[in-house]
Write a protein that binds this ligand. Structure first.
Ligand SMILES: Cc1ncc(COP(=O)(O)O)c(C=O)c1O
Length: 418
């Protein structure tokens, strides 16, 4: 036996790392790699941001664990108040968990309790987690679900306008998806059964596809009309990833429940859901909870993370790097139009579609590009989408101009070499 670790984790790389700083990780052999995965969209402030590390160190000397049911540590209310300041108007009370799945699941539990309705509508291609309920809500790849039946019932899947896959223009795709959403409520279920609709404002694992404004507005309007709660899953698209603190800020949208994790604490396991006081008051005391949720170390990390992100210039830099990256990707596309079919995204949540000579998704070529980037350019990059043919650019938001330009050159090299 050469390892005592479970084989269940798929391995993007075989790197053994010892430390990280900013956008760079260093192996135990002392080799540096540019981390364009951010540990799947977590270290938005960069690896080991000094302010976050200092806050965790300081907190570690005071309390490692102060369980919320037993007593409340002094950062809990402070973090909730800070989140109320930075989240959309109307989001004013918070529940804390440890992971994204736990938070999306908490949002659905709150919606069921508050509305008395058992059903949930999700969108084709979404990823909400790996617990049994969130697996049932996830349709980004069948691999997450296959072999785990029976999954919880009461989940209905509505289409999402992924125009690259359907070949429609955006207006046509949005109109069709909204029509089918209405049809779903007439044929598979009914508003009287649906407590919530949960949407990733940018489809993440499913392909890095920003939801068009008209689609988000159409869904939000239908939720209001039927008294269905609108949940925004910003686990991946939140905390500066798309150039605003939350992607809903681009749309001036007020979700009933906002789900946060990943970037919230720069790598310390913490998640949160936020809602109005009126909605949170409908969650019966004792019907939900958890041993570690709202852990003091996580709260310290989150408070420091929020300070870093709200400091002058942080998000401006992220936006500027996002524009530079996307412009650069478009230049690469103009040089390799037969392979790069589309670039898209918002902020530093960007996607590149790799296709074969017939214009079909080309997963082997995408995998070869990732291998080239890793072995020849020392860059860690992931793919996403149903076929694994979409390159997924998700660097730490502190990435420098030089690192962006180097990544684009590396992609050019990878396209030439594969
Ligand atoms: C949008 C979204 N929701 C939920 C999750 C689940 O988060 P976790 O892996 O922390 O359970 C993820 C993880 O990638 C995600 O991207």
């Amino acid at each position: 036996m050469d390892s005592h670790l479970a084989d269940v984790w798929f391995e993007l790389t075989d790197l053994q790392v010892s430390h990280g700083s900013g956008a760079v990780i260093t192996t135990t052999d002392g080799v540096d790699y540019l981390d364009l995965s951010s540990g799947i969209g977590v270290v938005n402030t960069g690896h080991c941001h000094p302010a976050v590390v200092a806050a965790i160190r300081e907190q570690a000397g005071r309390f490692l664990h102060a369980q919320v049911n037993c007593y409340r540590h002094d950062l809990l209310e402070r973090l909730a108040a800070r989140l109320a300041e930075i989240t959309p108007d109307g989001i004013e009370r918070f529940f804390f968990g440890n992971s994204g799945a736990e938070a999306t699941e908490a949002a659905i539990k709150l919606a069921k309790q508050a509305t008395g309705r058992p059903g949930t509508i999700v969108f084709q291609g979404s990823f909400h987690g790996r617990t049994h309920l969130t697996m049932a809500m996830t349709t980004s790849k069948s691999g997450y679900r296959v072999g785990h039946s029976p999954l919880p019932s009461g989940i209905f899947v509505a289409p999402f306008p992924y125009t690259f896959l359907t070949g429609e223009d955006e207006d046509t795709a949005v109109a069709r998806c909204l029509r089918e959403f209405d049809l779903l409520l007439k044929t598979q279920t009914s508003p009287a059964e649906i407590g919530s609709v949960i949407l990733e404002p940018v489809l993440g694992e499913g392909g890095y596809v920003p939801a068009p404004r008209a689609f988000i507005e159409g869904i939000a309007e239908r939720c209001r009309a039927h008294d269905i709660l609108f949940i925004a899953d910003e686990v991946q698209s939140g905390f500066g990833r798309t150039g605003e603190l939350f992607t809903v800020d681009h749309h001036d949208l007020r979700p009933d429940i906002l789900v946060m994790a990943k970037g919230i604490a720069s790598g310390f396991p913490l998640s949160a859901i936020g809602a109005s006081a009126e909605l949170m008051d409908r969650w019966p005391v004792g019907s939900h909870g958890g041993t570690y949720g709202g852990n003091p170390m996580g709260c310290a990390a989150a408070l420091a993370t929020i300070d870093v992100m709200t400091a002058t210039g942080f998000l401006d830099h992220a936006r500027a790097m996002g524009e530079r990256f996307l412009d650069g990707l478009e230049e690469v596309r103009s040089r390799h139009p037969e392979v790069v079919a589309e670039n898209r995204g918002i902020g530093l949540m960007l996607a590149t579609e790799i296709v074969d000579g017939d214009g079909n998704p080309d997963a082997p070529r995408a995998a070869a590009i990732l291998r080239h980037l890793l072995h020849e350019e020392r860059i860690v990059l992931m793919s996403c989408g149903p076929f694994g043919s979409t390159l997924r650019w998700i660097p730490p938001l502190v990435i420098s101009e030089k690192q962006v330009d180097g990544s684009l050159q590396a992609l050019d090299n990878a396209l030439a070499a594969t």
